[in-house]
Design a binder for this molecule. Structure first.
Ligand SMILES: Cc1cc2nc3c(=O)[nH]c(=O)nc-3n(C[C@H](O)[C@H](O)[C@H](O)COP(=O)(O)O)c2cc1C
Length: 76
């Protein structure tokens, strides 16, 4: 809900949103689609990562984030 309140305030129509989250099994649960519907922004491919990876395997977490950013073209 915090994100949707934020979107209401900033009106990100025409901007690009790169969604990411941690989870412990539910994945994105369609939130990337909900964000696209709620904002009319361009929504990139999202990153979902197991919370356990983010907490306990920093090297793997960093690799996954960097691979995602490279795929999106934000990092070379
Ligand atoms: C789409 C989505 C799916 C999530 N699925 C799970 C889950 O399966 N299990 C869980 O314990 N937490 C789940 N969470 C909670 C997140 O792991 C995380 O605790 C929460 O988003 C707060 O993150 P922050 O501390 O970085 O703000 C989910 C969150 C999102 C946005």
């Amino acid at each position: 809900m915090a994100c949707y309140t934020f979107f209401d305030r900033v009106k990100p129509e025409g901007k690009t949103i790169a969604p990411f989250c941690t989870h412990e099994g539910s994945g994105l649960s369609g939130t990337d689609r909900y964000i696209a519907d709620a904002t009319k922004a361009k929504v990139t491919g999202a990153l979902e990562m197991k919370g356990a990876t983010a907490q306990k395997n920093r090297d793997e977490a960093k690799k996954e984030v960097m691979d995602w950013l490279k795929k999106l073209g934000y990092v070379k």
